[in-house]
Design a protein around this ligand. Sequence first.
Ligand SMILES: [Zn+2]
Length: 207
Amino acid sequence: MNIVLDYGHGGIDSYGKYTTAPHKMFTYPTGEVAYEGFFNRQIGGLVEIYLRSHYPQYNVITTVKATDYRDVHLSYRVKVANEFNPEETIFISLHSNASFEHTARGFEIYTTKGITKSDGLATCIGDSVKKYYDEMGLRVRQDYISDGDIDKELDFYVLRKTRCPAVLIEALFFDCWDDYIILKDPAYQKEFAWNVYLGIIKYLNNL
Ligand SMILES: [Zn+2]
């Protein structure tokens, strides 16, 4: 089984410069700046470590290394996933969210439109995260209107173009202070990544 992990946007280079600036970042009145791509790498890198250490038999591939600050093109991210047999591959893109009012909070998981194999993967990861978020009093933003599953359906490029089951995770909202202080907490990052990992394993064990 090939597990393709995709860390959204760019990271911070050795000079402290954010690759995806001025997008996918938010400056708080305190002067503190949240960088989405940085969090995506921190959390995704943990999911990667858990998978590699507990399931060495799985082939874990990343579209960009967690230590690599470059914002690789979306078509490249898709190309990495599509090089593998779609029947033996899953794709997980890690992000955190932002809203127009900077007040929205919580977790979301997206798949492509319609009923696909991605729904099963989204349900496994979503249920696992929901259990943890319920304990934490954090919100899981659900979309029960479309098909009754936990996932929201939106045509993200990486979801539309990948041929294997694919999901896109929005951990929390990096532009909302209450979510941001949780998002940057290493204890949260570990626990969240662990629950994403558990969801992936649950899906793979049920294949
Ligand atoms: Zn993003």
